[in-house]
Design a protein around this ligand. Structure first.
Ligand code: 1GP
Length: 246
């Protein structure tokens, strides 16, 4: 089954999906595999692999392979540029950073990457990536003009543009480790506008209660990474999964 179909079905059945983000630059491939296995035991739906810095080459390759060895969950690439592609993954969020000021992150990396995605035969999932203030490293590296937190209408405008361009997924990103996650009013306004286009929310979601609020506001999927960096991965993921699923 296609990864996108699987995610669609999970969202339909459970009300929301949980995605665990693993940055290959943050630990060894063996440690990444342990995190993935722990997250799988906690009930996460897929493993996203990527990061803004250093998620390339051998480190990425060995991390994806190690994750694939220890879990049956789909591994979805979350690349910051063309170097974040890898042939061992199941799918790639084929994303455009719509509010970047640099065409590299809007269409150039996509053009450079598209033939590679085809050659590797990994499933592209079309996604708009929209950086919300503060935006973190992703915002800085991607040369974004982060959307001010009190301007949901700007996020709506970008998300609607994504929908009209045919993208089936929209990701509102506050930045990894952000002090505050994407504002609930913004999530609500965006989901109200894009309707059946899937909405992913990530950045700064540190507990189940916050994840639940994001889903109640309209998020179809929640991404967490930082929250599982210390402590017991399985119980933390269980907290998120228990909070967001029907
Ligand atoms: C970053 O949205 C993701 O791209 C996850 O953010 O690390 O804050 O969970 P956190």
């Amino acid at each position: 089954m296609k990864v996108e179909t699987l995610l669609d079905e999970i969202i339909q059945k459970d009300g929301a999906a949980h995605l665990t983000l693993i940055d290959p630059d943050s630990q060894t491939p063996e440690e990444a595999a342990k995190i993935a296995a722990g997250a799988a035991a906690g009930g996460t739906d897929a493993i996203m692999v990527g990061g803004s810095l250093g998620s390339t080459g051998t480190q990425l390759d060995e991390t994806v392979l190690a994750i694939k060895k220890c879990t049956k969950l789909p591994a979805i690439l979350f690349p910051s540029n063309v170097a974040g592609l890898n042939k061992h993954a199941d799918a790639v969020f084929f994303m455009s950073l719509l509010n970047s000021k640099d065409v590299m992150f809007i269409t150039t990396n996509q053009a450079l990457g598209a033939p590679i995605v085809k050659r590797y035969d990994i499933e592209p999932i079309p996604m708009a990536y929209i950086i919300i203030s503060p935006g973190g490293t992703a915002g800085w590296v991607g040369d974004a003009k982060p959307i001010p937190r009190e301007k949901p209408e700007l996020a709506v405008a970008y998300a609607l543009a994504a929908k009209y361009l045919g993208m089936r997924w929209v990701y509102l990103e506050a930045g990894s480790g952000a002090d505050e996650s994407v504002p609930l009013a913004m999530i609500k306004a965006v989901k109200g506008a894009i309707d059946d286009t899937k909405l992913i929310v990530g950045g700064g979601i540190m507990d189940g209660a916050t994840a639940k609020e994001c889903v109640k506001a309209g998020a179809d999927a929640i991404v967490t990474g930082t929250a599982i960096e210390n402590g017991d991965v399985t119980s933390k993921i269980r907290e998120f999964v228990g909070a967001i699923k029907k």
